[in-house]
Ligand binder design. Structure first.
Ligand code: MRU
Length: 346
């Protein structure tokens, strides 16, 4: 989806999001000027994908700041912190959300002048973050494309594409960059139960761009690998611990185990801001559990028997031992991760 429109955008004084709950049936945009509705858009996954969530929260916080009525900096920050807390509660796993909120909150201390000046500076920073996200994805694509050869077939899980970022994508950005270099790349997209981001979003956006993509259900990846049809797997991440353990959409761990067994490289593509240096390993990453109806229902229709309990973790953690490399905008990080991640910190 290398298109003029963006997944998260600032248009005519409003936040504009693609409504990802109705893709691929309809492509529609929603405009927001009320921060509470932005919090709800993140929670209900109108917008999803770690970088897109972070960028949306940044703009949402700037919108929230505009609704604060005071001339006191102290009071302004008390109220802004309360709004930030509402955003922090929207989705717990993607660290980009917390990173983006902290970055917006830090603007006040760096800004001289009136509350009006601070509000303008917050919005300016948030808009800059949208532009930076695209540059970051392009840089990731530049480094990641080196890992792909013409003729490769790549397996991906969930959606780490343009729809999970402002534009271009992380894992799909690597594929796009390789295609831009003239390489012939084919993609297998895991459908990604329970919410089907792979089938509904990844397949849609690659198809829009004319990149060959085949949908498989999640339980088909193993046999594809055994038949020698996959050259590498590339996925995104919602949070990476200091030792390289990486949380991503539920089912990613299964793909990584299968890739290891079949001696296929397994890469994570994520901006450096997805690395949470405060967490020593992946066991400390908070894993979101979502509503059981995501499992029992498909598009509003119940497909499971009534009364049977459901477990619905939204993410799993892939241990660093299964990861061949972490593609970031600063370069590809290889094992040993703890040392090499730390070395790449600014
Ligand atoms: O629950 P989602 O759809 O927000 O999960 C998205 C993923 O797991 C992505 O792979 C991850 O956020 C990386 S997006 C570049």
């Amino acid at each position: 989806m290398n298109k003029p429109f963006k997944t998260v955008d600032w248009v005519d004084g409003k936040l504009r999001l693609i409504d990802q709950t109705i893709l691929p049936t309809r492509l529609e945009f929603l405009d927001y000027s009320n921060y509470k509705e932005v919090v709800e858009a993140i929670r209900t996954m109108v917008v999803r994908g770690a970088p897109a969530i972070g960028c949306t929260a940044a703009i949402g916080l700037a919108i929230g700041a505009n609704s604060i009525v005071t001339e006191s900096r102290e009071q302004f920050m008390i109220e802004l912190e309360a709004i930030a807390e509402e955003f922090r509660g929207s989705r717990p796993t993607a660290v980009n959300l917390f990173w983006a909120i902290d970055r917006i909150l830090a603007v006040e201390a760096k800004t001289a002048g009136s509350i009006t000046d601070i509000k303008a500076a917050l919005l300016h920073e948030a808009i800059e973050m949208l532009e930076e996200d695209v540059r970051t994805n392009r840089a990731m694509g530049h480094y990641g494309a080196e890992l792909l050869s013409s003729g490769d077939t790549v397996l991906t899980h969930c959606n780490a594409g343009a729809l999970a970022t402002v534009a271009f994508g992380t894992a799909l950005g690597v594929i796009r960059a390789a295609v831009e270099q003239g390489k012939h790349i084919q993609v297998y997209a895991d459908e990604t139960r329970p919410r089907l981001q792979g089938m509904k979003l990844t397949a849609w956006e690659l198809h829009q761009d004319g990149i060959p993509v085949t949908i498989i259900s999640d339980n088909m990846a193993g046999v594809l690998m055994r038949e020698g049809k996959i050259n590498c797997a590339i996925v995104g991440a919602d949070r990476i611990a200091a030792n390289g353990d990486a949380a991503n959409k539920i089912g990613t761990y299964t793909v990584a185990v299968l890739a290891k067994h079949h001696e296929i490289p397994f890469y994570i593509a994520a901006p450096y801001s997805t690395i949470d240096l405060t967490l020593a390993d992946g066991s400390l990453i908070p894993i979101e559990e979502r509503d059981p109806t995501e499992v029992t229902h498909i598009d509003g229709h119940r497909i499971a028997p009534e009364g049977v309990p459901v477990w619905n973790p939204s993410f799993d953690v892939t241990p660093n031992s299964l990861i061949s490399g972490i593609i970031t905008e600063r370069g590809v990080i290889h094992p040993p991760y703890f040392e090499n991640i730390a070395r790449m910190a600014e």
